[in-house]
Ligand binder design. Sequence first.
Ligand code: 3HC
Ligand code: NAI
Length: 681
Amino acid sequence: MTLEIERDGEIAVVTVDNPPVNALSQALRQDLCDAAEALDADPAIRAVILLCAGRTFIAGADVAEFGKPPVPPHLPDVVARIEAARKPWLAAIHGSALGGGLEVALGCRFRLASPSAKLGLPEVRLGIVPGAGGTVRLPRLVGPAIAAEMITSGAPIDAQTASSRGLIDMVIDGDLEKGAIDFARTALGRPLPPPLRDRTVPTLEQTAWDRITKTVAARAKGEDAPLRALACVRRAVDADFETAMTFERETFLALRGSAQATALRHVFFAERAARRPPELAGVTPKRIGSAAVVGGGTMGAGIAAALRDADFPVTLVERDEAALARGLANLRAIFDSAVQRGRISPETAAERITGVIGTTDYGMLANAELVIEAVFEDMEVKREVFARLARSCRPDAILATNTSYLDPERIAAGIAQPERFLGLHFFSPAHVMKLVEIVPTAATAPEVLASAFELARTLNKVPVRAGICDGFIGNRLLKVTRAQAERLLLTGATPQAVDAAMRRFGLPMGPFEAQDLAGLDIAAFQRRAARARGEMPFAPIAERLCAIERLGQKTGGGWYDYASGDRTPRPSEIVSAIIVETAAGGTRRQWDEAGIVDCIVLPMINEAARILEEGVAIRAADIDLVEIHGYGFPRWRGGLMHYAEARGLQNIVGGLNTLADQGLADPPARTLRQGRHEPRG
Ligand code: 3HC
Ligand code: NAI
């Protein structure tokens, strides 16, 4: 049984217990219908409380069932059964009432919630629309404008907001079950409100619909579900209940098997699997109660903020008092900005800052259980810092480097207890970006590695294990993106055409706009280091731009020109001339958008295949997470390797062969030629 029924006089309490998140599996759907039948038939019962055991209310339909043929009872029928029950049902919500979970609650006559509850219809995030009446009942309860916002954004709201919008009848502090039973007893003494299906929907002016449509279309960026969900809400306002329900169900079923929904489900499960790598099953992570960060620059301040957001006490170490003052100011700026954006209160910001001890004394690290180094990207500086850390810290403290390109094995060479050392590569801004590459050395102990994954989970990050190579997974792929983007310029494309094509593919920014934002000097520094190692990085045009100090927005020009105080990229005649000069004699051709995208994305897939062959990444889905959470690859395409798989590896190989024939890419990697992208065995 997935639920239990208890009786408290004339009130029945139905407790759903379907771990881990009470998802609406076929068994639970059946049990809910049976419970409604049994309680309707029980003359002693006058009302039914629906609550959940465990950490949350019903978190939605069972996503794992989406790829399989649906088995009755279907969720809309379960909600309809509860709504039609002769005894009124009251949903008592703790944790999250999401998707089908909220739809079940909308089938109840009343909704009550703990103060910490979250309510939402996040289906669009899975590439679908609510499929059990959410788009039809919610507008009847909160009005079409609020319903449209909740359904098309997929963002959950808290209990207080839900209460102010009429979605919740009462927020219950303290014992939810007892509060719900008291509420039910009072409610039975008054006339009951009609079920939502019998209520009318407020209408909306055409101008309001136009405004909402514009906002949703702008936000969707290539995703189908949000506009389809809006169409369902619109139908709920314009048509009768049954017609709107049919329209919603048809839309839900059409989207459920779509390429976008398949991709988004893949990412949903990949994100959860990433936090619990099977190779570390059974390894107990070390307890981390306090943390320190060395270096308070761009990354150090961001990492310290991420640690504070998760309530770790943090010690921030800088090289001198002036640098420490700058580091603490960087940290303060992060929290001030969070206050300005309304994300945290001024009190929370103050509490986060007071939880940081700034110092220049490594002796203050004697008790830290985790130290993350984020000093200059310089081997000697880092080696010296770790030599000092190894002397100052407890022998069992975890020591981590945030290096982007340096070899962690060399950084740690010679330190005592090397098994406590590893790379933790955060992305900028570290308090915002979800990706963390976890880079063990040959000596890293399994429990240290497991602790890094546990830390990522606590910080609400997406961890991906990466092997050691230049740039690990993400920056190694980024080098390919940039080199291919330059090859396009040398063969006839313009920076604006390349950027526009990549944006239309779904990236937030094209490769040239992104470089102008970050600054061209960082990559130039990496190329110098690579040349010193005997490598031959390919960036002929970027090199020339750096030589004339066109370093991006910060110098008023890079790949584009910028007017003072304006970040709008404008085509640059200087850059056009440099491109023509650098391309001298080469064949130039007309590039269309699809060709541009292929010239960048197919070689990235090729490099990713080699990354997997070398074992630098251990799962194709990890590469998907790196691209989505580190570089803005469109989530609805499922990430780089899911995109390759969905398009067909034969097609990718064909495209790569064509590019290789033109001298624009390497021939396809072995595993791609063999029709697989996961290394075997
Ligand atoms: N179906 C199946 N499994 C689910 C699930 C779901 N809806 N939601 C979570 N899970 C699983 C996870 O895969 C994970 O499994 P694992 O332990 O084997 O890896 C486990 O539950 C715990 O999940 P989290 O690690 O995400 O747990 P958290 O405590 O961090 O978060 C949560 C809990 C907020 C409920 C979060 O899991 C979540 O957001 N879930 C998705 C909710 C959702 O999208 N619901 C809508 C589904 S679509 C729908 O309802 C359609 C309907 O309209 C017809
Ligand atoms: P930064 O130059 O902004 O900050 C470095 C800080 O380290 C400075 O505040 C400096 O005073 C401090 N420092 C130098 N030597 C020190 C010492 N001996 N003890 C204590 N503090 C010392 O550099 P940034 O950008 O924060 O980079 C730091 C590290 O993070 C580098 O290894 C970099 O490759 C890596 N990284 C950078 C990313 C970025 O986008 N900036 C992204 C991911 C990783």
